[in-house]
Design a protein around this ligand. Structure first.
Ligand code: GCV
Length: 734
């Protein structure tokens, strides 16, 4: 569509004044009546009633195997959702009584269903998947929702509702799906005092002080949201863990949350503070090979399983950023992980051991350190241990190459950890839709000498036929009414779940689905809003850390620019360590003439990055120290390109301001005004990045701003002296 046509259409829509009030609490599960009468009628003609057979009185397996609470959740969601969307009550019955019945069942709860689906379908659906299909029976038809286990019915229910919410045709409905990754987990960095480390959406939703007596209704809505996108695990609190979590009173509180999450297929996992045996029970040591320590964990794990029978297992940050760990006792990460793994194995639990380690005493390039510590341990972990690896080797930067560990530990299941919360991409105030970034890492080819070893195939376990697989996203939610602070940041929670279920979905598909459900199906909203989403991550990269720059943000809170920072106690906490700007040029030489971090990648991956001529622009300064006057592919100098990237990022945000402004009457006033204000802030923040970074780097390049880059608003000292106080998600979290 041409730009002028688009503006005309949006203008017309504005005159219609269509939007209802919406505070964002319902996320993408809004179930408002479908306005298009013809479409509504066609859906109503296809789905007439919801058939949930009576569970057999007793018998092996009963009604599925997760219990009727899960089926009840599926039934209630379908009843509320279909009735809302179709604007009329859709009855729930126990036997199909009319054409268009939507029939739910598992093979053991509803054997008749077996006539409507095939063995092959059921095999393909596996433990958590489902079959959703329109089946003709003579002149009539049924909509079949079948699964091997109850949880599949719940996931299928959400999918059916999504079809309607996004206005998809269901006349030929035929979906058979199963998740590609087994453990699809949210990691909360919530503290027991309810602050959230790197959280920008209010307090922690977990009300520890009043639990287990008061169980907030919000927990159920959290569970619904997570289940609707297929998430099945949650680590309730911060990896910078508090040992108190493992005390009896806290286990009761955790058990109360687990009871709410259970019907939604969500298991609770807990973070471990390595020194818990010392802190809680005055043991003399936390040495993983010490018999008293082994016994302590064995007893503690038994206590946990008594309180939470389906407890998923532990997540551990050890010997990282001041956290204690087995290395305090000259033991390895494998020694630590295996102790916990043995303790939970009996109950089917797992241990997820984080590879986010870098040592203050180690002068080597921080990007290399996790690889150096973990690769020698490949094959030394128990079967129920996964090593959880961040997407890139530094720390959730706006853009990083994939972590070299993904190509280097074939004997160990590796979980991918991404950050849904936007610590380094504008936190709670800037738009950055992260699906394109996650797709970038999932699709990255590690070039291990085996066929098809993309990060996605290593993580889903198919590359090495791993027994377990997992993916984790650090949560971006809190007590803000809309859950995520920025109304459009809900899209990141949504995208994480959808990719965890099926990493082959495209970012564009996910943006489209989310927009339709969360805002509107009107093409005059869908097209501009999805373009904003899809452009946003690159825009943030451009105005903050373009061309492979990384870790040049302000200290502590990590909001805004701080390329000049050089006073942190650890060298690798200083931005100057990473950009290495000098009179010659800028960038971190990670080739053989520098830190040689490139040697940690398989030759096929490393080769294009190694050569300045073939290294893609987006990783140039990640791998090379490049002269200021280096001729880029565009014909411009590096200096010119750098400055123009900053400007381009700002220009993109300005186009969104215009686009969003045109949606005024097409979406509700509350969310419109909120995003409009945030876009004003984002444009200002982007200018701050440009003005601070270009002026600071000019002190080395000694070059003027190229044509097309606006002059700075303030001199460099203004930005260097600026102190940002009371930022969310940091000082309060400590
Ligand atoms: C939970 C970064 C963050 C820390 C975080 C750490 C981690 O360093 O700034 O807040 O701590 O990553 O992933 O453990």
């Amino acid at each position: 569509m041409s730009r002028s046509k688009f503006f005309l259409l949006v203008g017309t829509l504005s005159l219609l004044g269509v939007a209802r009030a919406d505070d964002g609490y319902r996320l993408w599960l809004r179930y408002d009546k479908i306005a298009d009468e013809a479409l509504r009628q066609s859906y109503a003609a296809t789905i007439s009633e919801i058939v949930v057979p009576e569970p057999p009185a007793q018998g092996p397996g009963g009604f599925g195997d997760l219990g009727t609470a899960t089926v009840a959740a599926a039934r209630d969601e379908l009843s509320a959702g279909l009735s809302g969307l179709l604007g009329t009550t859709i009855p729930v019955v126990t036997k199909a009584s009319r054409n268009g019945a939507l029939v739910l069942g598992t093979p053991c709860s509803n054997p008749d269903l077996l006539a409507l689906v095939t063995e092959a379908d059921l095999r393909a659906a596996g433990e958590e998947g489902y079959i959703l299909r329109r089946v003709a029976i003579g002149a009539e038809h049924r909509i079949v929702l079948a699964a091997n286990r109850d949880i599949g019915l719940l996931y299928g229910a959400f999918t059916l509702l999504r079809q309607l919410e996004t206005h998809q045709p269901i006349g030929q409905l035929s979906i058979v799906t199963a998740p590609k990754i087994q453990r699809r987990m949210i990691n909360h960095w919530d503290n027991l005092a309810r602050t959230v480390e790197r959280g920008y959406a209010g307090q922690s939703i977990w009300e520890w002080f009043v639990l287990p007596d008061v169980v907030s209704p919000r927990y159920r809505d959290y569970a619904r949201a997570c289940a609707s996108i297929g998430l099945n695990g949650t680590v309730l609190t911060n990896v910078n863990a508090d040992a108190q979590l493992l005390t009896a009173p806290f286990l009761q509180k955790i058990a109360a949350i687990a009871r709410v999450l259970r019907p939604y297929g969500i298991r609770v996992y807990l973070p471990v503070r390595w020194s818990a045996p010392i802190e809680l029970d005055q043991l003399k040591t936390a040495d993983p090979l010490d018999p008293a320590v082994i016994k302590w964990w064995t007893v503690k794990v038994a206590e946990i399983y008594r309180a939470i029978p389906d407890f998923g297992g532990f997540l551990v940050k050890a010997n990282s950023e001041g956290q204690p760990g087995p290395q305090n006792y000259h033991r390895t990460h494998a020694d630590g992980a295996n102790l916990l793994a043995d303790a939970v194995a009996l109950n089917g639990g797992i241990v997820i051991w984080r590879a986010f380690v870098y040592d203050a005493a180690n002068p080597d390039d921080r990007a290399k350190q996790a690889y150096s510590e973990f690769v020698p341990l490949d094959g030394k972990f128990r079967d129920n241990v996964l090593v959880q690896v961040k997407n890139g080797p530094i720390d959730f930067m706006p853009r990083e190459p994939f972590h070299p560990l993904f190509g280097a530990m074939p004997k160990t299941p590796l979980a991918l950890e991404v950050q849904i919360t936007q610590e380094y991409l504008g936190q709670g105030t800037q738009l950055a839709f992260l699906a394109p970034m996650w797709k970038e890492v999932l699709e990255a080819d590690t070039h291990r000498p085996a066929a098809d070893t993309t990060v996605a195939r290593i993580v889903d376990g198919s590359a090495d036929l791993q027994r377990i697989s997992a993916i984790a996203g650090v949560a971006n939610i809190g007590t803000d009414r809309n859950w995520t602070g920025h109304p459009l940041a809900q899209a990141n929670w949504y995208a994480f779940g959808r990719l965890a279920w099926d990493h082959t979905l495209t970012a564009a598909q996910i943006a489209d689905e989310w927009t339709r459900q969360t805002f509107s199906n009107d093409p005059r909203v869908v097209a501009p809003l999805t373009s904003m989403l899809l452009e946003s991550r690159e825009a943030v990269v451009n105005y903050s850390m373009p061309l492979g720059l990384h870790h040049i943000m302000a200290t502590g809170h990590h909001y805004g620019p701080g390329p000049w920072v050089d006073d942190q106690k650890r060298p690798d906490w200083n931005p100057v360590y990473y950009h290495r700007a000098d009179a010659k040029g800028i960038g971190f030489d990670r080739t053989a003439t520098g830190s040689n971090a490139l040697a940690q990648y398989a030759p096929g991956a490393a080769k294009p990055w190694d050569d300045l001529a073939t290294c893609p622009d987006e990783f140039l300064l990640w791998f090379h120290h490049v002269p200021w006057d280096y001729r880029m592919r565009s014909g411009k100098s590096l200096w010119e390109e750098l400055c123009l990237h900053y400007q381009h990022g700002i220009d993109t945000v300005r186009t969104w301001q215009k686009t969003w402004g045109l949606l005024q009457n097409a979406i509700d006033a509350e969310r419109f005004a909120h995003v409009q204000g945030l876009l004003i802030r984002q444009e200002r923040d982007a200018r701050e990045w440009r003005d601070a970074c270009t002026q600071y780097f000019a002190t080395f390049s000694k070059m003027p701003l190229p044509a097309g880059v606006e002059p700075p608003e303030h001199p460099l000292e203004f930005y260097e002296k600026a102190v940002l106080r009371y930022t969310p998600g940091w000082s309060a979290g400590k």
